[in-house]
Ligand binder design. Structure first.
Ligand SMILES: Cc1ncc(C[n+]2csc(CCOP(=O)(O)OP(=O)(O)O)c2C)c(N)n1
Length: 203
């Protein structure tokens, strides 16, 4: 069965879930020093809260860079699985990244879109994610293995498969706008250095 036909293909078929819980479930499934890039917004706050790992990178300043950074890591280290966690606002700002991923087709890349329909960290202004279904955009960009997670169990099933089988994968999640449980420590130089050590490219 294909990914798309096994899981919801429309945003309105997906349950609205807790970002903190989904992030915890994802991190709990990591067991091969996978790299995880948390996008600006609350994606990286919850990644921080789910337990700090040297293979985590927390983007603090720029929207839309979780996927491009993850793509670079995936191409540089093809034997490592790489996960990008990106909010809908940031994804909308960098839609071309999806087509670039489709063109380069790294088998080890997993994009998780965290769609709360809002620019939450700057006050909850609405995004266009309810108009432009981001999973449909990903599929139309050439990423056939793109689907929405129906619920928490479905999300975990998708993650397990994506960590094992060839990608690239796009997993859409609808999330609520709960206040994040943690706050990333704002120390970009330290974040960069730890990540480089975590990837084995710096001593
Ligand atoms: C180019 C640019 N424009 C605006 C901002 C300010 N800004 C930082 S995060 C953010 C919202 C991010 O929204 P989303 O990616 O959906 O994540 P969420 O806050 O919902 O977790 C905005 C508008 C920025 N950092 N860069």
């Amino acid at each position: 069965m294909s990914f798309a036909s096994n899981h919801p293909t429309r945003r309105d078929q997906a349950k609205v879930m807790s970002r903190a819980e989904l992030t915890r479930r994802l991190v709990a499934r990591l067991d091969h020093e996978e790299a995880v890039i948390g996008g600006i917004g609350f994606a990286n706050f919850e990644l921080w809260g789910a337990g700090q790992r040297p293979q985590n990178f927390y983007m603090l300043g720029s929207m839309g860079l979780a996927v491009p950074i993850a793509l670079g890591v995936a191409l540089a280290q093809p034997s490592r699985r790489v996960v990008a966690l990106e909010g809908d606002g940031s994804m909308l700002m960098q839609l071309g990244a999806l087509a670039t991923v489709a063109g380069l087709a790294p088998k080890n890349l997993i994009v998780v879109i965290q769609d709360n329909g809002a620019y939450q960290i700057t006050g909850g202004q609405p995004t266009a994610a309810s108009v432009a279904d981001l999973v449909a955009v990903a599929r139309a960009s050439g990423l056939a293995q793109s689907a929405w997670a129906a619920d928490e169990g479905d999300f975990e099933e998708m993650v397990v498969r994506a960590l094992r089988e060839d990608g690239p994968w796009v997993i859409g999640t609808r999330i609520d706008s709960a206040k994040p449980e943690a706050t990333t420590e704002r120390d970009p130089a330290r974040i960069r250095d730890q990540f480089m050590r975590g990837l084995g490219v710096k001593r």
